[in-house]
Design a protein. Structure first.
Ligand code: MN
Length: 308
């Protein structure tokens, strides 16, 4: 379907819940809240459903006052797979009417889908959708969308960044979005606990595949008392090492391990994660593994050695 058709469909709906994935990141939060703000503007009841409220995104949550209404329609944003709703939002599985996403590996079951894999962020799609809905950009929407686009591109450094990404960011600046504040919040600020965590991570870093792969991990003990926002972004650490083509981050969660894979030089992180039932983008993907830490790392090591 075209984006115009997406807009026409949404205009017919009301009482809309916008669904995000678990461990919500800047793109899903920024995109979802920008869409909610636009829907409110055109007289719709809308709210965003999130599994939690990461502290550092407080400025986004503050922009939207949740409305009271009985939800009738469900739109997912930046969600590649219904499994990613997590335990809290499990009840939404199978209910999505419209799925808006930019993940190549999108597997969401929905009667209406708009997946644009060339978009660097779901925020780029929402940016183009807003005028088609008859809504107007404002500063709050611009702040949400800048957060979406800047975070999914690592502040415009990742290879998914296109001329269109830069043009949209420039337009958002014209609309008065607070780029300096958002950049400082998202990319230049670390809590002391976070720095402490990085110290431990680097102490335990493992190389394999002749140094072409680096694996880091966090245990629940290491991250106890830290918010998801404070552990976010550690996945980019191993890929920064010279000669490393694949950086793997293993995060112990309550019942399983969340694996993030970041690659250089066109190594397909998505194909790597597909082996374990996950997916994502060529340079950044994820999956979930069960077992104990030792065996999880061993499994990843073996797979990396095979690929590299
Ligand atoms: Mn995204």
């Amino acid at each position: 379907m075209t984006l115009n058709e997406v807009a026409k469909l949404i205009i017919k709906l009301n009482n809309i819940e916008i669904l995000t994935h678990n461990y919500p990141d800047g793109d899903c939060l920024g995109s979802a809240f920008a869409l909610a703000l636009a829907l409110k503007q055109i007289g719709k009841n809308a709210r965003v459903i999130t599994t939690d409220k990461p502290k550092n995104f407080g400025y986004i949550f503050d922009k939207y006052e949740s409305a009271e209404f009985e939800a009738e329609h469900f739109i997912s944003v930046d969600v590649a797979d219904e499994k990613l709703f997590g335990e809290v939002n499990k009840s939404y599985e199978g209910k999505i009417e419209l799925c808006i996403d930019h993940h190549k590996s999108n597997r969401v079951n929905a009667p209406y889908k708009y997946v644009e894999e060339n978009a660097a962020a779901a925020g780029e799609i929402i940016f183009e959708l807003i005028p088609l809905l008859g809504a107007k950009y404002d500063k709050d929407i611009a702040d949400c969308l800048y957060t979406a686009i800047s975070t999914d591109t690592g502040c415009f450094r990742y290879t998914n960044t296109t001329p269109r990404t830069m043009r949209i960011a420039a337009e958002l600046m014209d609309l008065g979005c607070d780029t300096a504040f958002i950049n400082k919040e998202m990319f230049e600020t670390k809590t002391k606990a976070r720095v402490e965590l990085e110290k431990q991570i680097l102490e335990n870093l493992i190389y394999c595949a002749d140094g072409k792969c680096a694996i880091i991990y966090t245990t629940r003990e290491m991250t106890a008392g830290l918010g998801d926002d404070e552990t976010e972004g550690i996945a980019s650490i191993p890929r920064q090492i010279e000669g490393v083509l694949m950086g793997i981050t293993v995060r112990e969660k309550e019942n399983d391990y969340k694996i993030s894979v970041r690659t250089n030089s066109g190594i397909d992180a998505c194909a790597f994660c597909n082996r374990f039932g996950g997916g994502g983008h060529v340079a950044a993907s994820g999956c979930t593994l069960k077992g104990d830490l030792k065996s999880v790392i061993e499994t990843l090591k073996n797979a990396a050695e095979e690929v590299l």
